[in-house]
Design a protein around this ligand. Structure first.
Ligand SMILES: Cc1cc2nc3c(=O)[nH]c(=O)nc-3n(C[C@H](O)[C@H](O)[C@H](O)COP(=O)(O)OP(=O)(O)OC[C@H]3O[C@@H](n4cnc5c(N)ncnc54)[C@H](O)[C@@H]3O)c2cc1C
Length: 390
């Protein structure tokens, strides 16, 4: 493998894309960042708009990238939100868990300080990434520039790159809960991706599905204006109860079914007539632009085969992914992954490494399925990334 400047396409200008670009630039590579929106920051660029399809089921809908709600504060102490080599210092918000605006300011400063702004092609949506031919290492990246709101007037461009790093984020394509009767249920169903403020829920009876950080934030916020909030949890130990800390929040087991008269029946036998069901049920990994002839695929939301969630052995190092593993301290994982990718291009590429990855992946797939997300596995995952990045 040549040890000189490579022409690299980075898809996305969020935390992952920006840090990857910085690492690649430091190693002397020629980097272009494609960003489909009109600003950098990814998730942290708050967008007050919501999508026309509140559950996000229509593949043709106009997509709003960020899933942030207006009141969101970070869920990690701010010093864990920054990169090791560029600490998260206070800008405007002095709180230990600042608002989302502070993260965007941090990323904007990071991009300015490392000369990344000029590498970003804003409003360039990547619509196709495909190898030039089956034996080539090179990739065609087709992007579309939105000249106006009308799709017909979008301008398409094709460019060939030696290597592509996918950093398109994974908090945009909603994953929803499914239960009998949901299609005929007369109320409004919304995914948390399309939640911004509590006002639309004034005096309503709302069922919130989920127990992750967004579900807890949203149900607490909605409870300040809604008539009643009912949380449906997957945990089998949960039975119907009122939360002592709030006058109008109840917990239930998961939804068993919904009825045409508006009734929502829970598995613990309790029920409520609700106006809204809010799916705070996470997101899908989604790469609509990626064409690898099935070499990389998404199965049950697991992207594979990927060595350490970064390199597909068959296409490595010419294709890689940064930002996919999300449990733990996200920024640290992204920083280590992007550093590994950038330094890997410098290393001599041996078939032996690929063979070893294939072997490791073959033996680890079933284990990952069972334990993905367990802290012990994550600690060893991070440790191995640290060893690889030096
Ligand atoms: C509600 C919410 C709260 C969160 N809170 C925290 C928190 O408190 N702390 C924390 O550490 N993490 C938090 N996260 C996780 C957060 O997403 C990550 O920290 C981080 O922002 C992920 O960065 P990323 O660059 O991988 O993806 P993103 O930030 O999603 O960036 C991806 C970028 O790729 C662009 N893109 C996508 N497709 C294309 C395409 N086809 N062509 C060109 N550009 C494209 C997008 O426009 C976007 O700019 C939260 C996430 C959500 C949804």
């Amino acid at each position: 493998m040549k040890e000189q400047s490579l022409k690299v396409a980075v898809i996305g200008a969020g935390v992952s894309g920006l840090h990857t670009a910085r690492e690649l630039k430091t190693q002397g590579h020629d980097v272009t960042i494609f960003e489909k929106t009109n600003r950098l920051g990814g998730t942290w660029a708050y967008d007050p708009r919501v999508e026309p399809d509140p559950l996000g089921l229509d593949p043709g809908r106009e997509i709003v990238h960020s899933s942030l709600y207006q009141s969101l504060r970070v869920n990690l102490p701010k010093r864990l939100m920054g990169f090791l080599e560029y600490p998260f210092t206070e800008r405007k918000d002095p709180r230990e868990f600042p608002g989302h605006e502070e993260v965007l300011l941090y990323l904007e400063d990071f991009a300015k300080d490392f000369g990344l702004v000029e590498l970003v092609r804003l409003e360039h949506e990547v619509v196709r990434v495909e190898r030039v031919d089956e034996v080539s290492h090179e990739w065609v990246v087709e992007s579309r520039t939105r000249m106006s709101e009308s799709e017909e007037e979008a301008e398409a461009e094709e460019e060939v790159f030696e290597t592509v790093v996918v950093c398109n984020g994974h908090h945009t394509e909603p994953r929803i809960a499914e239960f009998p009767g949901m299609d005929a249920w007369p109320g409004v169903q919304i995914h948390s991706h399309n939640y911004r403020t509590p006002e639309p829920f004034q005096n309503l009876i709302v069922v919130v599905i989920g127990n992750g950080p967004s579900a807890i934030d949203i149900l607490t916020e909605i409870s300040s204006v809604a008539k009643e909030v009912h949380q449906a949890l997957r945990d089998s130990d949960i039975h119907f109860k009122k939360l002592e800390s709030h006058d109008n929040i109840w917990q239930h087991s998961m939804i068993k079914c919904t009825k045409e008269d508006g009734k929502v029946v829970f598995q613990d036998g309790s029920f409520v007539y609700a106006d809204v069901i809010k799916h705070c049920t996470g997101y899908k990994n989604h790469f609509p632009f990626l064409r690898t002839n099935g070499i990389v695929s998404v199965d049950d939301n697991r992207v594979g085969p990927l060595y350490k969630h970064v390199f597909p052995p068959q296409l490595a190092p010419w294709l890689s992914f940064v930002g996919l593993s999300y449990k733990g301290v996200t920024t640290l994982i992204i920083e280590l992954q992007s550093r590994w990718v950038a330094r890997f291009y410098l290393a001599r590429w041996h078939c032996q490494v690929k063979k070893r990855w294939h072997h490791l992946l073959k033996n680890s797939t079933s284990i990952w399925r069972r334990v993905d997300g367990l802290s012990a596995t994550l600690i060893s995952f991070k440790t191995s990334l640290i060893m690889k990045t030096g």
